[in-house]
Design a binder for this molecule. Structure first.
Ligand code: SF4
Length: 495
């Protein structure tokens, strides 16, 4: 037997990965089965392979022995490694998905380190959740601020006197202002090799191949973070819910992919934002909004994923049974908001949180698409999509498939919301204010159609009472037309 192997998975690419401590060598495996296990966005495949190969190269430059394998599966990669190197132990940081933990945890010689690259252990989250009637993100976030000592004074109270500046962060899109471009790394020899390999594999992928626009190393991730802090953080807060045609990144940070690959430590991102506040470079509402996304929302999603176990994948509280619209895969639609968001996704493998929630998720829920199909599409298409992110975000938040375990009401909205928060509707053939008629906005029609079809399921939700009362009072003729138009939209999008 020959010493200890540290096995580093594709989303654990941190030089602070505890599995690396004291290891005699490192194992990394590209699994062909995983590459072919979905219709992944081409740029996502490229980024993961590029980041893994860059990480292996950095380790080798630092004198570490790396056994980098291309294998049929992770399992066969491990078997070949064990045959050749005969390690006594193979140490692995806790995988970020349940399937990964189940698959790898039971393998011969493999020891899972019960640590992660997150700031909150699932047991700490479970302790926080224990005995609470509702797992409110806001409560968790305040607990995190105090626990992690982020932007609190000596008495555990929030800097500036308020925990949350969301109210200041819902400005509609600016009329003449355009966001600064995010950091774009320069491709190198490893990228050329990855591109050639992917071409040779001829996988069924989604989206455009393009020069890599996402960090693939820790150094690039830091550059991307600092570009955001310098140029976009000051306006991030006020425009974080706004959408502009042709601007998939807006003032968002562009670091989620690097965080989720392990290339960037979330604590570094928080420290950089807080330093910008302290130096007067960025205002409190922007820094607080960013910090909430990192230590609040991201860690909350991570915690709930582990807390609720395997329930997620089979949840379907509204019995939705439709197929995903072809438009989500790049098919043409005359809904300008959808067309622009899909084009942005195809070009970048990214859409920001309001496009994800209020454009894609909203339409899919209103149409009654099967939650598992929406989940797969989000997971495969988005550069930062992993099971722990997408299960709570898609199944609980965007589609209400869990029936309200995490949220007090479904995030359903008509065209007026999109109109208020974007510049999409001006260039659309539909009218966001109309729910009936030839130019009625499909969102507005489908919103009422959704309420009508799901009255029984929504009846007990306090925050849905007002729209349900409006529905009750609706003119019979209007309701008949909404039902007919809604059915036509559902049938159109399914075909
Ligand atoms: Fe989207 Fe409706 Fe606005 Fe058109 S009118 S862009 S479909 S919300």
């Amino acid at each position: 037997m020959a010493g200890t192997t540290a096995w580093v998975l594709g989303d654990q690419l941190s030089h602070r990965n505890p599995a690396l401590q004291g290891a005699d060598r490192v194992l990394m495996v590209e699994s062909r089965a995983k590459l072919g296990a979905g219709r992944w966005h081409r740029q996502k495949l490229h980024l993961v392979l590029s980041a893994m190969r860059h990480f292996a190269a950095e380790l080798r430059e630092g004198g570490v022995e790396v056994d980098y394998r291309q294998a049929g599966t992770l399992h066969t990669g491990l078997r070949s490694h064990v045959r050749e190197h005969a390690p006594e132990r193979v140490v692995l940081l806790r995988p970020t998905s349940r399937d990964g933990l189940d698959l790898l945890g039971g393998l011969d010689r493999v020891e899972i380190l019960d640590e992660s690259l997150f700031m909150t252990h699932p047991d700490e989250f479970a302790e926080w959740a224990d005995g609470r009637k509702r797992l409110r993100m806001e409560d968790f976030y305040r607990w995190q601020r105090r626990r992690l000592d982020v932007m609190v004074d000596g008495h555990g109270e929030p800097l500036g006197g308020k925990w949350n500046y969301d109210h200041d962060n819902r400005e509609p899109p600016p009329k003449r202002m355009r966001p600064p471009r995010p950091y774009a790394p320069r491709e190198g020899a490893i990228d050329a090799e990855v591109r050639a390999d992917l071409d040779a594999m001829a996988l069924d992928t989604f989206g455009e191949d393009a020069a890599r626009m996402w960090p693939a190393t820790h150094e690039q991730a830091l550059r991307s973070l600092h570009r955001f802090i310098e140029q976009r953080l000051p306006d991030f807060g006020r425009y974080q819910d706004a959408m502009l045609g042709g601007e998939p990144f807006m003032w968002h940070s562009h670091i989620s992919a690097a965080l989720n690959l392990g290339l960037l430590d979330p604590r570094d991102a928080v420290d950089a934002a807080v330093a910008a506040l302290e130096s007067g470079h960025a205002p409190l509402n922007a820094v607080e909004g960013f910090v909430r996304q990192i230590i609040g929302w991201r860690e909350y999603v991570w915690g709930t994923y582990w807390l609720f176990g395997d329930d997620w994948r089979s949840d379907n509280a509204l019995d939705a049974d439709g197929d995903l619209p072809e438009a989500f895969w790049g098919g043409h639609t005359d809904m300008h908001c959808i067309q622009d968001s899909v084009e942005g996704l195809s070009a970048t493998a990214y859409a920001h949180h309001i496009q994800r929630l209020m454009v894609f998720g909203n339409l899919a829920m209103l149409l009654g698409v099967r939650p598992s199909e929406i989940y797969d599409w989000f997971h495969e298409s988005f550069i930062d999509g992993y099971p722990w992110v997408m299960a709570p975000n898609v199944l609980a938040m965007a589609t209400w498939a869990d029936g309200g375990r995490m949220f007090t009401k479904p995030y359903a909205a008509g065209g007026r919301y999109v109109d208020r928060m974007s510049d999409y509707c001006g260039g659309c053939r539909y009218d966001p204010t109309k729910r009936t008629g030839e130019d009625a906005c499909p969102f507005s029609t489908l919103y009422w159609d959704f309420l009508d079809r799901n009255r029984a399921e929504l009846q007990g939700i306090r925050r849905m009472q007002m729209p349900l009362r409006t529905l009750e009072k609706m003119d019979d003729g209007d309701l008949d037309e909404i039902r007919a138009l809604g059915a036509a939209h559902r049938s159109h999008f399914r075909s």
